[in-house]
Design a protein around this ligand. Structure first.
Ligand SMILES: C[S@@+](CC[C@H](N)C(=O)[O-])C[C@H]1O[C@@H](n2cnc3c(N)ncnc32)[C@H](O)[C@@H]1O
Length: 273
């Protein structure tokens, strides 16, 4: 029987192979935190398979020569932005459990021409990284997917150098309906496995991080959540209409309304020591 991580990984492989964005809680709002300049300088097609919920580097002070670690790097958008910041003297390491993601990331890195990015296959709960090696840990919409978040937080603290810092964008929730938490597809879509901001901050503190805070938030409209699902439905279904309005769209917005109220993206900051 497949583990929870393997099931999540299979959903992402499917999305990559079919060149689709997975049904994602972040819908069409996922690039809102990036500047036009950052997005227009990416290799062609780079944003087609990105699944983030913020831009962890947007408020960072990553500098030349730093070593940056991206947890759950996916196809590599944030790796490329970090590589620009750390320059030739620095290093960016991307970790992901999914081989298809890493293959796509490598293609994007090759297209970009950056030579300061290294990819490693592994789990965020058991990082293939030496202790005290990293200046900045970043991550974009990944820790919510972990079934052992305490371990992931402990690993962040282990790999950071003294005074190293972290900036993590992730989906959080309050009082998420139980049916959302139980749905495999909604866990893979970054909604079902979410915890509250308070639990997140406590987890980081328990792991030994200090100055933990939420530095930015992004909220979603029911239509943004619903639109991510609508895009994946067969066209004949979405064309069914009544009184000039799509029946499926109205139904999905109704379902998404209680979720949208309780779910948002938060950017967490913290440091070691
Ligand atoms: C929502 S996507 C985000 C990808 C990327 N950060 C982005 O912004 O596009 C989640 C990624 O985390 C990876 N992932 C999920 N759980 C993981 C785990 N426990 N260990 C390592 N990678 C994981 C998935 O394979 C996927 O590539």
């Amino acid at each position: 029987m497949k583990s929870k991580s393997e099931k999540i990984s299979a959903e992402y492989s499917k999305a990559i192979k079919e060149n689709k964005n997975i049904v994602s809680a972040t819908g069409g709002a996922k690039f809102a935190d990036y500047s036009v300049h950052e997005l227009e300088n990416l290799p062609e097609g780079m944003t087609d398979n990105s699944f983030g919920c913020g831009n962890p580097l947007a408020t960072s002070s990553v500098k030349e020569g730093d070593v940056v670690l991206d947890l759950g790097c996916g196809t590599g958008l944030d790796l490329l932005l970090a590589a620009e910041k750390v320059g030739a003297e620095g290093l960016v390491i991307g970790i992901d459990m999914n081989e298809d993601m890493l293959n796509k990331a490598q293609k994007n890195i090759d297209k970009s021409g950056f030579k300061n990015i290294e990819l490693r296959k592994g789990l965020i709960e058991n990082l293939p990284i030496d202790s005290e090696y990293i200046d900045w840990v970043i991550s974009n919409c990944v820790i919510n997917l972990s079934s052992d978040k305490e371990k992931a937080f402990t690993e962040i603290a282990r790999v950071l150098k003294p005074n190293g810092q972290m900036l993590v964008s992730d989906i959080v929730s309050e009082n998420m309906p139980r049916w959302v938490k139980r749905s495999g597809i909604l866990v893979a879509a970054c909604a079902g496995g979410t915890i509250s901001e308070q639990h997140y901050l406590q987890g980081l503190k328990n792991a030994g991080l200090t100055d933990c805070s939420v530095v930015a938030r992004q909220y979603y409209e029911p239509l943004q959540l619903a639109s991510a699902v609508i895009d994946l439905l067969p066209p004949f279904l979405t064309k069914l209409s009544c009184c000039g309005k799509s029946i499926v769209e109205r139904l999905l917005i109704k379902i998404a309304s209680p979720i949208a109220k309780n779910l948002w993206s938060a950017k967490f900051a913290g440091k070691l020591g």
